[in-house]
Design a binder for this molecule. Structure first.
Ligand SMILES: Nc1ncnc2c1ncn2[C@@H]1O[C@H](COP(=O)(O)OP(=O)(O)O)[C@@H](O)[C@H]1O
Ligand SMILES: [Mg+2]
Length: 213
């Protein structure tokens, strides 16, 4: 790198207020949060957590601290409230939550510090089976009985072809039972929002649209 490039990089204004640098590609959650986060909040978060970018979805953005903790930034008050509830009342289908904090008012933003989970492999068969399971078992399923039978057959076929999916399907059922008995009405269960926690439980880590029954 020549001195001119170096100089231009070192003086380049950080385009975003978020407390970490972003990869080239990220989802809309980054701009949603960035548009609302002030520079001073971003600086405070940098001092507090010094996070690196971990991921984003359509609503929020998540950083990873040097202690290996995932910190989600959200503008959804209901998500923060739900996280707070399950921080005090641990259930095995939600990641362990360490801290929920309102980091800014007007506009309101919260941080949710939680354990880092292992994401599902991003391949076609995993994405399809999670989709089919959600259509079969999700609380908002609108699939006809006929189609349910088709879906069940397709799940069987996938498991036969990719035997490792058998465990995922069983874990998914357990997670749904746990969410139900914890009185969580889950929204938005899909392959980008679930993963395995440190105890090997399949957990829903994105509580963005969920609520209590
Ligand atoms: N606890 C976590 N451990 C590991 N990765 C996470 C965790 N929380 C979020 N992520 C990553 O960040 C992405 C966005 O987080 P998510 O909570 O789904 O935000 P959104 O509400 O915008 O969908 C996830 O799809 C995942 O890749
Ligand atoms: Mg998500």
């Amino acid at each position: 790198m020549n001195w001119l490039q170096k100089l231009s990089q070192s003086t380049k204004a950080k385009p975003m207020a978020l407390p970490f640098d972003l990869p080239e590609e990220s989802y809309t959650g980054t701009s949603n949060i960035d548009n609302q986060m002030t520079d001073s909040t971003a600086r405070e978060e940098q001092l507090r957590h010094n996070p690196e970018y971990l991921g984003s979805g359509s609503m929020g953005v998540v950083g990873l601290t040097d202690k290996g903790i995932a910190v989600k930034y959200t503008d959804v008050g209901g998500e923060a409230a739900l996280a707070e509830q399950f921080m005090n009342d641990y259930v095995p289908c939600i990641p362990k939550i360490f801290e929920v904090r309102q980091i800014q008012t007007n506009p309101s933003l919260w941080s949710i510090a939680m354990e880092q989970v292992k994401l599902l492999p991003d391949n076609r068969e995993t994405n399809i089976i999670v989709f089919l399971l959600e259509e079969l078992l999700g609380p908002r399923s609108v699939v006809s009985r006929e189609d349910k039978n088709k879906y069940k057959k397709e799940i069987k076929r996938l498991i036969k072809r990719y035997p490792y999916l058998k465990k995922l399907a069983a874990d998914y059922r357990n997670m749904m039972d746990c969410l139900k008995s914890s009185e969580i009405d889950p929204w938005d269960i899909n392959h980008t929002n679930i993963g395995y926690d440190q105890n090997g439980n399949l957990v829903l880590f994105d509580l963005g649209l969920s609520s209590l029954i």
